[in-house]
Design a protein around this ligand. Structure first.
Ligand code: NAD
Length: 487
C-alpha cells in the first residue's frame, strides 16, 4: 500500500545528520518547510548554527583517512546499495520531492531516475581511478602519477532538483574517497535528509556523509569555508552566490566547482523539423515549470517559420494543466514560492512594456500556492530584462532572426554559457553550431540532454568544473607525482 502524505511526513528525519547520528541543532532551533502548491507547512526541521556546521566538518575530517583507505570496491558497493534502496522507495521519494518542490509526480519520478543514476554511475567509476608509471625522459628514474582523494568537501545544493543536485555531488565525492558535509537549500531540504537515511541503512561509516539544514546558509557556511581542514567546495546555485563563495574560497586557495546559472538560447533554423522543435521547446522550457538552469531562456527563431512554430507551440501550451503536482493530469506545478511568481510576473510585464506581444498566459493564478500560467511572448525587444536574466518560470520569449550569423550573435550575447539548443536538419549547420555557440553543453534537435554518463557544466559565468561522466570524479581527486630514482 502506498504511504499517504501524512504518513510519509510523520516518518521523515527532521534533525541534522552528523557523525552517523541524528542530532538536534545545538540551540534546538527549527524552521518550517512549506508545500509551494498549497502554502501549507510540511515539516519543521533542525536549524543548524555555525557551531553545528563546524561539528559536521569535524565529523567529516575524523572519517576522512579511513574512508580514503576503504577499498574502492567497498565504496562503490555502498553507492550501489543506495541506488537500489532509492528504487525500492521511489514512490515515497517521488511524493516527497513533489510535496516540497512542487513538480508533477511524473517529473519527480524522472528526477529519481536521473538522480539515482549518479549513484550507479559513480559506484562503477570508484574502481576505475587509475594512474601512470613510466621512465623519465632522462632514463634516471620512474615517474609515478597517482590520484588521491581531495579530502573533506562541502557541498551546497539548490532547491530545484532536490535529489539529483545532491547525488550529482555526493556520489563522485564518496566514490573518490572524500568525506562530505552537505547543505541542501532551505526551501527543499527534506529529500536530502531522506537520502542520508538511505546511506545510513546502506552501511556508510559514520562521518563520511553529514547533512546540515539551516535557514542561515551564509552564517553557517562561512566558517566551514574558512576552515583550513576543508579541501573542496562544490556549489550549485545562482551566479551571484557563486561569486560570493569564490571570494570566500580564495582566502585558503580552496578548490571549487561551480555549477551556476544559465540563459540558454534555443535556436530554430528554417530547415528544422518543427515537430522536433516544438517537442524540444516544451521539454526545455516547461519541465520543472521552467525552474532549471538548463531551461531554454531565449527562443531565437528564423523569421520564415516563426509563425508556424508559435502556433504549434501555442496549441501544446493550451493543453497544459496547471495544478498541484500530486493531482493526476497536472503538467505544470507551482513555482517555488510567491517571490518567484512576482519575479516572473515582473519580467513579463517589463517585456510587454517594451513592446513584446503576449500570445497566451501572462498572469499568476489566484488561490493558495505559487502558480504562474504557461506564457508565450513574441517580438521580445532585445533590451528586455527577460532576455538578459534567468527567468526560472514557464515563459517562452521569442525573438526572430534572418541569417545564421545573426542567430549566433544573439545566442552568444550573454554572460552565461551553460547550454544551448539547436534545431536544424542540416548536419553541417549542426556542426557549425557546436563550434560557434559559447556553451559547455548543446542539445542538437533535443530539449533535455542531462545524463549521469555525460559531463554537465558551463563556461563563462555559468561556472567551473563538470559533474557526471568520466570527468565528474576528477573534481574530487588530486594528482600526485612521485619520482623514484633508479636503484
Ligand atoms: P541560490 O544561489 O540562491 O542558492 C543555492 C544554495 O546556496 C542554497 O543551498 C542556498 O541556501 C545557498 N546559499 C545562498 N546564499 C548563500 C551564501 N551567502 N553562502 C552560502 N550558501 C548560500 O540558488 P537557488 O535559488 O537555490 O537555485 C537556483 C539557481 O541555481 C539558478 O541560478 C540556477 O540556474 C542554478 N542552478 C544551476 C545548476 C547547474 O548545474 N549549473 C543546476 C541547478 C540550479
Amino acid at each position: 500500500m502506498p504511504l499517504s502524505e501524512a504518513e510519509l511526513l510523520l516518518r521523515l528525519p527532521d534533525r541534522l545528520f552528523i557523525g552517523g547520528r541524528w542530532v538536534d541543532a545545538e540551540n534546538s532551533n527549527t524552521f518550517a518547510v512549506f508545500d509551494p502548491a498549497t502554502g501549507q507547512r510540511l515539516a519543521r526541521i533542525a536549524d543548524a548554527s555555525p557551531a553545528d556546521g563546524l561539528s559536521a566538518l569535524d565529523a567529516a575530517v575524523d572519517a576522512q583517512e579511513e574512508w580514503a583507505a576503504t577499498a574502492p570496491r567497498v565504496r562503490g558497493e555502498i553507492l550501489r546499495r543506495v541506488f537500489e534502496l532509492i528504487q525500492e522507495r521511489r514512490d515515497e521519494l517521488a511524493l516527497l520531492i513533489t510535496l516540497e518542490m512542487g513538480k508533477p509526480l511524473s517529473e519527480a519520478q524522472s528526477e529519481i531516475t536521473y538522480g539515482a543514476e549518479f549513484l550507479r554511475w559513480f559506484s562503477e567509476e570508484a574502481v576505475r581511478i587509475t594512474g601512470r608509471y613510466g621512465p623519465n625522459p632522462e632514463g634516471t628514474g620512474q615517474m609515478l602519477v597517482s590520484q588521491r582523494p581531495v579530502g573533506p568537501c562541502y557541498l551546497i545544493t539548490p532547491w530545484n532538483f532536490p535529489l539529483a543536485m545532491a547525488t550529482r555531488k555526493i556520489a563522485p565525492a564518496l566514490a573518490a574517497g572524500c568525506t562530505v558535509v552537505v547543505k541542501p537549500a532551505e526551501l527543499t531540504p527534506l529529500t536530502t535528509l531522506f537520502v542520508a537515511a538511505l546511506f545510513a541503512q546502506a552501511g556508510l561509516p559514520a562521518g563520511v556523509l553529514n547533512v546540515i539544514t539551516t535557514l542561515n546558509s551564509a552564517a553557517v557556511s562561512e566558517p566551514i569555508i574558512a576552515d583550513p581542514r576543508l579541501r573542496k567546495l562544490s556549489f550549485t546555485g545562482s551566479t551571484p552566490v557563486g561569486r560570493i563563495l569564490m571570494r570566500q574560497a580564495a582566502a585558503n586557495v580552496l578548490r571549487t566547482s561551480m555549477e551556476l546559472g544559465g540563459n540558454a538560447p534555443f535556436l530554430v533554423f528554417d530547415d528544422a523539423d518543427l515537430d522536433k522543435a516544438v517537442d524540444g521547446a516544451v521539454a526545455a522550457k516547461f519541465r520543472n515549470s521552467g525552474q532549471a538552469c538548463t531551461a531554454a531562456n531565449r527562443f531565437i527563431v528564423h523569421s520564415t517559420i516563426a509563425e508556424q512554430f508559435i502556433s504549434r507551440l501555442g496549441a501544446q501550451v493550451a493543453d497544459m494543466r496547471v495544478g498541484r503536482g500530486t493531482e493526476a493530469g497536472v503538467t505544470i506545478g507551482p513555482l517555488i514560492n510567491d517571490s518567484a511568481v512576482e519575479k516572473t510576473s515582473d519580467l513579463v510585464q517589463d517585456a510587454i512594456s517594451r513592446g513584446a506581444n503576449l500570445i497566451t498566459g501572462g498572469h499568476s493564478v489566484d488561490g493558495p500556492g505559487s502558480f504562474y500560467e504557461p506564457t508565450i511572448l513574441t517580438g521580445v525587444p532585445l533590451t528586455s530584462n527577460i532576455l538578459n536574466e534567468e527567468i526560472f518560470g514557464p515563459v517562452v520569449s521569442i525573438v526572430e532572426f534572418d541569417d545564421e550569423d545573426e542567430a549566433v550573435r544573439l545566442a552568444n550575447n550573454t554572460d552565461y554559457g551553460l547550454v544551448s539548443y539547436v534545431f536544424t536538419e542540416s548536419l553541417a549547420r549542426g556542426e557549425r553550431m557546436i563550434q560557434r555557440l559559447q556553451t559547455g553543453m548543446m542539445g542538437l534537435n533535443v530539449g533535455v540532454i542531462s545524463n549521469a554518463a555525460a559531463p554537465f557544466g558551463g563556461i563563462k559565468q555559468s561556472g567551473l568544473g563538470r559533474e557526471g561522466g568520466a570527468e565528474g570524479i576528477h573534481e574530487y581527486l588530486e594528482t600526485k607525482y612521485t619520482l623514484i630514482p633508479n636503484g
